[in-house]
Structures are given as structure tokens and as C-alpha cells.
Design a protein around this ligand. Structure first.
Ligand code: MG
Length: 401
């Protein structure tokens, strides 16, 4: 098997290469594209010897050339920026493109692989959240196969093998509930970035950890599920499940519910996406049924986590709403992490950025990239107008500009 990896130095990228080391089948890594983590990329390149290595910008590229210059018998092609991602997606023979870049940076390369009818192991959320319509329509035309690596969608993909699409009554995504599941709503204004970054179950990057704390991440996953499985938002439900053992469930029309359970480990969905329709043996830990004493389920608190409803609204409106939602959230999360706005302000910034935005049916990837920049500028403006967060309680609706 041959794979090409976008975002090789991020969390999913590193887990992917760990799976490659563990998997029985011989796997050739043809391209590695990363951002600015030159040290990690250089280590990976020396181990896997891909034909192409790519980084985010010319400055990182110079450092990478420097690091790999002395490697005996290894002279890869060097690239950078979106062009490097495009080359990794389009200019090599491979069986699976692992799309694991973070943010909108991975969109063009992934879209190109979809257009070419390749198999994509998809972990880059923005691809479907921001450009779901363009990507799924290109996949229908080309026959590209999109295998989700996100644990919930990967679970749905597995559960859906138990019946036909027209037999599905609804799908349920589980959410850990994040670190503030039991925190009273009025305390959220005092939450610090350090506290919000402590996720109970998964170890992830800082943006997705904050998105898990606000439940925005679950909202994005609703949008992704709609695109991946061709479902209307009304058929996608969220249930809070603090143990994170059940990743998703599908309810069929006869009343049967098929769930996927496993210990929380990103390598499982990665291995599944690489090996599908087979299942590769895994050395990873198994469910210990003597220790699973309880599986709890409860509805999410939509008034405490208003981004859930904003995501459903974006899923229903379609067009560029998902793109704006993602861009506004990224700006708001950055502002929260640097202490500029409070935790509840994240939702305010997103809501105000989306308010009154015009909708455009069937946007192209170019439209999405343009809208992404505009939405970010608008969100930054909304952040600028908000007052500095106060150290104690007192941020109410009345303080809004
Ligand atoms: Mg997930």
C-alpha cells in the first residue's frame, strides 16, 4: 500500500505514521506535507523516505533543505505552501491520501484528490465543514471514496454497514461533554484558557480542545455527518456520553440500534480507513469489560453550549454557512486563548459574525476560500468591539456593544 499524508506532523499525522510502523502490510509513504514543524518532518522524512516533502512556507522550506541536505542516498523533491499540498495529492501514485492538515490549508489538496477519484482518509474537519457541498459533489462525480478518521464518523461508517441507507432512522454522535459538563453556566465567564485546555478523554491540539469544551466540535461533526452520509440535520442527534466508550450509534427503522465501542484511541479509525474493507490486526489495548461498570447518556445542555444550535442552523442553511461558522470560531478561540475574550464570548463572536451574512447556493472551493478570509476579518472586527473579559462575574448581555 502507498499513502500520501497532508499534515504529517500534527496529532493525526503522527498517529498515522505510528500505524504505518505497526501495520502488517508493507506501506510506502510517497509524500509528507506539514506546516512549520521542520524538526519533526525531517525525522519522519529520514525514516520513511518519501519522494516529496512539503512545508507551509519558503522559510520553513529553507530549514528543511538544510536538515535533509546531508542524508546519504536520499534526495526528495521539496515544495511548500498550497502547491506542495496539491503535489502531494495529485502528482504521485498512492492508494490513500491521509488528509490530516489542520484548518483550511488542507482543503485544496484534499479537494484535488477527491476530484481525481482517490481514496481519502479524512481527518481535516474544515474540508467538509467549510466546503462539504463542493467536496461531496466532486466525490459523486469522480467516485472518490471518503473514509472518515474522526472517531464519531468512523464509528458511523462502521455502524452503517449493518443496514441500507434507506433503513436508517437517525444517527447519534456521542460527545464527552468536555471539561465543563457539570460546571454551572454562570461560572463559565470565569473559565481560564488553562482550565479549558484540560480535556477529560482525548489529547488533541488546542483549537479542537477548546472546540470540545464549547461543544462547537460536536456541532461541526453534525455538519460533517450530514455531508458524509447524505443526511438531513434533523436525522443527526447528539448525546453526551462522559465515558467516551460508545463513539456513535445508528438507529434503523425496525428499532435496532447498532453502536461502535472501543477504547479512545485515534489509531483505530486510522487503521480502519487504511485497511477498509478489511480489518487489520492491532496491538492496541482492548475493551476491559470487567472495568466498564456504567455507560451514561444525557442530552447536551443547549442553553449552556449555544454553539450547538448555531451549528444546526448552519447545517440547515448550507452554502457558505459552515465556512463562516468555522472561520468565526477559529478567530474566537484564538481570542479566548490569548485572554482577549471570555469563554462565553466565543459563542457571541460566532453568532455575530454569522448574523445577516448572505447565503450563496452551491459554492465552489474558490468561493469557500474567499468567504473564509471575509468571515475571519468580520470575526476579528467583532472581537475588537467586545470589552476585555472581566476577572469575575458580570459579563451579561447588557455589556455587548
Ligand atoms: Mg470527534
Amino acid at each position: 500500500m502507498r499513502i500520501s499524508v497532508l499534515g504529517s506532523t500534527g496529532s493525526i499525522g503522527r498517529h498515522t505514521l505510528q500505524v504505518v510502523r505497526e501495520i502488517d502490510a508493507a506501506v510506502e509513504v510517497v509524500a509528507l506535507a506539514a506546516g512549520r514543524n521542520v524538526d519533526e518532518l525531517a525525522r519522519q522524512a529520514l525514516e520513511f523516505r518519501p519522494a516529496l516533502v512539503s512545508v507551509a512556507d519558503p522559510e520553513s522550506l529553507a530549514r528543511l533543505r538544510d536538515r535533509l541536505g546531508g542524508a546519504a542516498g536520499y534526495s526528495p523533491r521539496f515544495a511548500c505552501g498550497p502547491r506542495g499540498n496539491l503535489a502531494a495529492a495529485a502528482e504521485f501514485e498512492y492508494d490513500v491520501l491521509v488528509s490530516a492538515a489542520v484548518g483550511i490549508a488542507g482543503l485544496e489538496g484534499t479537494y484535488e484528490a477527491v476530484r481525481l477519484g482517490r481514496r481519502i482518509a479524512l481527518a481535516n474537519k474544515e474540508v467538509l465543514v467549510a466546503a462539504g457541498e463542493a467536496v461531496t459533489s466532486a466525490a459523486r462525480d469522480s467516485g472518490a471514496e471518503i473514509l472518515p478518521v474522526d472517531s464519531e464518523h468512523n464509528a458511523l461508517h462502521q455502524c452503517l454497514r449493518a443496514g441500507r441507507a434507506d433503513e436508517v432512522e437517525r444517527v447519534v454522535l456521542t460527545a464527552s461533554g468536555g471539561p465543563f459538563r457539570t460546571t454551572p453556566a454562570e461560572e463559565l465567564a470565569r473559565v481560564t484558557p488553562e482550565r479549558a485546555l484540560r480535556h477529560p478523554t482525548w489529547k488533541m491540539g488546542s483549537r479542537i480542545t477548546i472546540d470540545s469544551a464549547t461543544l462547537m466540535n460536536k456541532g461541526f461533526e453534525v455538519i460533517e455527518a450530514c455531508h458524509l452520509f447524505g443526511l438531513p440535520p434533523g436525522l443527526v442527534d447528539i448525546v453526551v456520553h462522559p465515558q467516551s466508550v460508545v463513539h456513535a450509534m445508528v438507529e434503523f427503522r425496525d428499532g435496532s440500534v447498532i453502536a461502535q465501542l472501543s477504547p479512545p484511541d485515534m489509531k483505530l479509525p486510522i487503521r480502519y480507513a487504511l485497511a477498509y474493507p478489511d480489518r487489520e490486526p492491532s496491538p492496541r489495548r482492548r475493551m476491559d469489560w470487567t472495568r466498564v461498570s456504567q455507560l451514561d447518556f444525557e442530552p447536551p445542555d443547549r442553553s449552556k453550549f449555544p454553539l450547538i444550535d448555531l451549528a444546526y442552523e448552519a447545517a440547515r442553511s448550507g452554502g457558505l454557512s459552515g465556512c463562516m461558522l468555522n472561520a468565526a470560531d477559529e478567530v474566537a478561540v484564538e481570542a479566548f486563548l490569548c485572554g482577549r475574550i471570555s469563554f462565553p464570548d466565543i459563542a457571541h463572536v460566532v453568532e455575530r459574525t454569522l448574523a445577516g451574512a448572505p447565503s450563496k447556493p452551491e459554492p465552489s472551493v474558490g468561493d469557500v476560500l474567499e468567504c473564509d478570509l471575509e468571515a475571519r476579518a468580520k470575526a476579528r472586527e467583532v472581537v475588537r468591539r467586545r470589552p476585555e473579559p472581566r476577572p469575575a462575574l458580570g459579563l451579561t448581555g447588557a455589556t455587548a456593544a
